[in-house]
Every structure is written in C-alpha cells, then in structure tokens.
Design a binder for this molecule. Structure first.
Ligand SMILES: [Zn+2]
Length: 128
C-alpha cells in the first residue's frame, strides 16, 4: 500500500498530462485495485465530441488490462476539492462495491477527504 504522500506526488504528475485546451482544468486520478496495482488517468478533452474524465480513463485502462476488483480511487483537480462528476460516479458504480473508497485531494493542503461510492451516489441506476 502506497503512502498518501506518494499518491499525491503521482496525482500531481499525471495531472500534468491532462489535455484541456477548452476548460484549462486539469484532473488526475489514481485507481488502486484490490491487489494494490495502480492505474492512472487524466482528463482528455475534445472539440465537438464528449470528453473523458480522469477517473474513467483510469478505469478504462484497468478494465482493458483485465482488472475486475478495485479498492479505491484518488482524485486531484485544480481547485480545492474536485469530486467525480455524476457521469463518473455512475460509471464507477458498475465496477465497484458500495464501500469502494473515493479520496478527494486538496491541491492546497495536500490532504484527502474520504468518501464511499455509496455516499457519493446513493441511488445509482441498475437495470437488474
Ligand atoms: Zn467525470
């Protein structure tokens, strides 16, 4: 398990890869699997078609590599507290248990607030 200070450094680094010519708002995400493996993501914008958030980039990378179980995700944006958007909350809920942790980083203080997916998305859509 990585220290939060190491994760913060990684978030700052991956956030710099964000492609944000429209919003100029960079976000980084560090997704951690149940086995402790790390997948990173940054937001990637696009002119005219839907952009993709850092959280979904990290999940898509992990899932495409065969990962199925996740324990937590860390998110760091350009403002004090950047929480995952509604689209990402619903997207993540498909692949995680209700106690999946979402750590929201504070760029200024370098601290994280802990939430669960259940707290952030209490009424997720489910077909079944
Ligand atoms: Zn999002």
């Amino acid at each position: 398990m990585q220290k939060q200070s190491e994760i913060l450094d990684l978030l700052k680094k991956i956030k710099e890869n964000a492609y944000v010519p429209y919003s100029h708002f960079k976000v980084g995400a560090v997704l951690i699997t149940k086995e402790g493996k790390i997948y990173t993501g940054c937001n990637i914008e696009n002119d005219g078609i839907m952009s993709i958030c850092a959280e979904r980039v990290a999940f898509v990378k992990a899932i495409s590599e065969g990962e199925k179980e996740f324990s937590s995700i860390y998110v760091l944006g350009d403002k004090e507290e950047t929480t995952p958007c509604g689209y990402c909350r619903q997207f993540m809920s498909e692949f995680v248990k209700p106690d999946f942790k979402i750590y929201v980083g504070n760029q200024q203080t370098g601290t994280f607030k802990e939430y669960t997916i259940r707290e952030m998305l209490p009424f997720n859509f489910e077909l079944k």
